[in-house]
Design a protein around this ligand. Structure first.
Ligand code: TYM
Length: 361
């Protein structure tokens, strides 16, 4: 069977990009997978603190993220759902990986450069730019913690959006170098380290949903403009308003072309991916349902209706989840964490033994 791992930062209720680009795939892998598959889905709170966080808000957003994962259809009886911080092995493996991770490779990560506010051609290791707050080590080593998340469970498949592809490439590279150094197919040890699987990236078809306000940028939680994204718990009115104000263009009629009409095409993509079984392709939606004689106003109304209909059951389940007692949710998350820990501790122990790091009883 497959071993599936993926993570989401506790930034509160996910947006349509998270949902269509990754989370919906998590649910599919749960409901349509092989009975022998194992799934680990983590709320990565330790990744969240690589940028400043308000402590109370972080608690609240972790709660909202968990409620959202259940609301979209993840089931703690079928998937292991847990908070990264509850399984301390993540940070232990991160240290071990840090001792093998290339600074040069990390410096080339586009996500680091953009979060650090650096130009593409900047020297990644020149961290003392004048008049800028000091760059933090945790932000730089973010991908090492992500690699630890994945390798700790010996994952074979990782469902993510396109923006995570580079981090996964890094994970495979790091896993491969650890394998070369320490893996032994067999041997006298009772707990041999046979090497990590080099995990495969799974992209959903909707691997890149764009901002409603600037369709050249991805839809993102950190965009200060709330109208740039639709949250999966937004009301029908909010969805209508955000899509009505989405940036498009002044070309007459409806057509699909991601390069010349990014705003319109993003809306058509959203409509298509909300209910893939209903339409053949985004191009078909543009040509058959709309075409040259339709206004963008009609398109937007239709997109808004499709999105609001699709999200309605999620919104209802989310409200039920948020009405549960904190004790109840904590206990459920604790059960997830102890299941995760069982696998994590065993895998870590194997690697440590192969490296000569012994547990002293
Ligand atoms: P995060 O929390 O930013 O996003 C969660 C998932 O949503 C996807 N995503 C998108 N997909 C399509 N279009 C968009 N506009 C869009 N925005 C976000 C992301 O690709 C992601 O799959 N570093 C990760 C969390 C992480 C992780 C891991 C993922 C930590 N450890 C191990 C996989 C495996 C992140 O910040 O995701």
């Amino acid at each position: 069977g497959k071993i599936i791992f993926s993570g989401i930062q506790p930034t509160g209720v996910p947006h349509l990009g998270n949902y269509l680009g990754a989370l919906r795939q998590w649910v599919k892998l749960q409901d349509e997978g092989h009975p022998k598959d194992r799934r680990f889905y983590s709320i990565v709170d330790l990744h969240a603190i690589t940028v400043p966080q308000d402590p109370q808000l972080l608690v609240q957003r972790t709660r909202e993220t968990y409620a959202s994962l259940i609301a979209i259809g993840l089931d703690p009886n079928k998937s292991v759902i847990f908070a990264q911080q509850d399984v301390l092995e993540h940070t232990q493996l991160m240290w071990i990986l840090s001792c093998h991770a290339s600074m040069g490779y990390l410096g080339r990560m586009t996500q680091w450069k953009s979060k650090a506010g650096m130009a593409d051609n900047a020297d990644p290791l020149e961290t003392s730019a004048p008049n800028k707050p000091a760059l933090k080590l945790g932000l730089f080593s973010y991908p090492v913690l992500q690699a630890a998340d994945i390798l700790l469970y010996n994952a074979t498949h990782v469902p993510v959006g396109e923006d995570q592809a580079q981090h996964l490439e890094f994970t495979r590279e790091l896993g491969n170098s650890i394998n070369h150094l320490y893996a032994k197919p067999s041997g006298p040890s009772r707990v041999p380290f046979k090497g990590f699987f080099l995990p495969q990236t799974i992209h959903s078809p909707a691997k890149r949903i764009m901002s409603l306000q600037d369709p050249t940028k991805k839809m993102s939680k950190s965009d200060p403009d709330e109208r740039s994204r639709i949250l999966i718990t937004d009301s029908r009115d909010e969805i209508n308003l955000k899509i009505k104000h989405a940036l498009t263009d002044s070309v007459p009629g409806v057509s699909y072309d991601r390069d010349s009409r990014p705003g319109v095409s993003n809306l058509i993509d959203i409509m298509y991916y909300m209910d893939e079984s209903k339409y053949g392709s985004p191009e078909e939606i543009a040509a058959d349902m709309f075409g040259k004689d339709f206004s963008l106003k009609v398109l937007k109304e239709q997109v808004a209706t499709t999105v609001a209909d699709g999200l309605e059951p999620i919104r209802e389940r989310y409200n039920e989840q948020m009405a549960r007692s904190l004790e109840d949710v904590d206990a459920e998350m604790g059960r997830g964490a102890s299941m995760a820990k069982g696998t994590a501790a065993m895998n870590l122990q194997r690697l440590k033994a192969a490296m000569g790091i012994r547990q002293h009883k």
